[in-house]
Design a protein around this ligand. Structure first.
Ligand code: SF4
Ligand code: SF4
Length: 435
């Protein structure tokens, strides 16, 4: 089927750096000595631990849950013994309670405690603890229940993987396209939509072909122009459907629902095999000895995963959870891999822009505004944020910022725009919460 695509405004084309891992078949990362399962691996209410020190747990068993609607339970990825409930740092700099587990020496990673069978896909997705695996980590079961006044007609699966360095979704689509397509159909039927489109950037034509080979007539596979941030929800809806998400509204207001391809595969696993979300593919790349794509048990420390990839290769400039555009620089390497961890990118010293402190001059070149896909004025919001003028930052629509990093990438004076915008967003949200 021929689709007419609408090019989104703004965006950038950073070097892709995907060559180190895009040809690497997914291999399993070793079981680490300790697994740390955070209670907060999603947006929404954190879980409460339901196990205690000394308990035996089995792979797939729930170790944390909560009744709150916007939440997702967490499960043990191994057979083992609970060492205790601890507090751990997470990649975005927050801390979370976590269940620490010492894995048994013998593990059967082909089996797990299966979910209760149910005809209700939304209930299965919730019980499996599935969240958006592209990085947003929003509980998927909540997304499957859009407001009653919003009818979903199209399910879009996001296989763009536009973030530089990362290839986990690429390998998934290439190696297991059936799981992705099956998940798309399940999501379509669960929300009563009539159409599924899988959007993939055209720098991954082998994945497009692999998906098309199994898609049948009822699932469309669209090869989209490679341009960052093509995989952002609003940009994807605009490109594929020519519809703009109204300001302050959910994407569902356009009749579209976007899920990541990894999320779709997890939905297929949950429904067809009763498998909870206990592992995921993580790209480990950059300055490591063996860059690759690793099937990783959730709760594996990043340090162990880097070891699995052969260790760091000097000189290391920065270790990022995710990719360089939207990822989080890690201060410590003992943070655990969580459901939203798509990659670990080790940047060399010469790939890291110089650290900018204080007020780097803005030369009013306007490049940040040209690059912004949301039509914002990042330079102005940056100046408001530097001066602590949160009201004016809010008036300049900082809350619409998707933190894509295009503005910072385009800025010739390396102003730390994303940090400034994040700070302004947090201040605006805090103000909203207090009102
Ligand atoms: S202001 Fe926000 S949305 Fe616009 S380019 Fe910068 S990070 Fe992206
Ligand atoms: S790109 Fe940088 S220097 Fe240019 S206007 Fe934006 S903030 Fe100022």
């Amino acid at each position: 089927m021929n689709l007419a695509y609408v090019r989104f405004r703004g965006g950038v084309h950073p070097p892709e750096h995907k060559e180190a891992t895009e040809g690497r078949v997914v291999v399993r990362a070793p079981v680490p000595e300790r697994i740390v399962v955070p209670m907060s691996q999603h947006l929404g209410a954190p879980n409460e631990p339901v196990v205690a020190k000394g308990d035996r747990v089995r792979r797939g068993e729930v170790v944390g849950s909560v009744e709150a609607m916007v939440s997702a339970p967490v499960h043990s990825p191994v057979d083992g013994q609970v060492a205790g409930v601890v507090e751990v740092p997470l990649a975005p700099g927050l801390r979370s309670r976590a269940v620490e587990i010492v894995p048994d020496a013998e593990q059967d990673l082909d089996s797990f405690v299966t979910l209760e069978r149910s005809e209700d896909v939304k209930a299965v997705v919730r019980a499996a603890g599935i969240v958006g695996m592209g990085g947003a980590a929003f509980p998927s079961a909540v997304k499957l229940q859009p407001p009653q006044d919003m009818r979903i007609s199209t399910v879009i699966l996001n296989g763009c993987e536009c973030e530089p360095f990362l290839t986990a979704d690429h390998r998934l689509m290439l190696e297991q396209p059936e799981r992705v397509v099956r998940g798309g159909r399940l999501i379509r039927d669960a929300v009563g939509a009539s159409r599924v489109v899988i959007g993939v950037e055209d720098n991954k034509m082998d994945a497009v072909e692999a998906l098309r080979a199994v898609a049948g007539d009822d699932v469309e596979v669209a090869a989209l122009p490679t341009r960052y941030p093509q995989g952002a929800e609003k940009q994807l809806i605009w490109t594929l459907l020519g519809k703009e998400v109204p300001k302050g509204k959910l994407p569902a207001a356009t009749g579209a629902l976007v899920h990541n391809v990894g999320t779709a595969a997890a939905v297929a696993d949950a429904v067809d095999r009763g498998k909870p979300l206990i592992e995921r593919i993580v790209t480990v790349t950059g300055a490591v000895a063996r860059p690759g794509n690793y099937l990783t048990l959730l709760g594996t420390p990043v340090s162990a995963l880097i070891e699995a990839a052969g260790g760091l290769v000097e000189p290391v400039g920065r270790v990022v959870s995710g990719g360089p555009m939207t990822g989080f620089a890690l201060g410590v390497l003992d943070v655990p891999v969580t459901k939203g961890t798509s990659g670990i990118t080790v940047l060399r010293a010469d790939q890291v822009p110089p650290e900018v402190y204080g007020d780097q001059p803005c030369i009013r070149c306007g490049r940040c505004a040209e690059a912004c896909p949301i039509f914002l004025r990042p330079y102005a919001i940056g100046i408001f944020a530097t001066g602590g003028d949160w009201s004016r930052a809010e008036e300049a629509h900082v809350l619409d910022c998707i933190e894509c990093g295009c503005c910072a990438y385009a800025c010739p004076t390396s102003r730390p725009l994303v940090q400034l915008l994040r700070r302004a967003k947090q201040a605006a949200m805090l103000k909203g919460a207090k009102q």
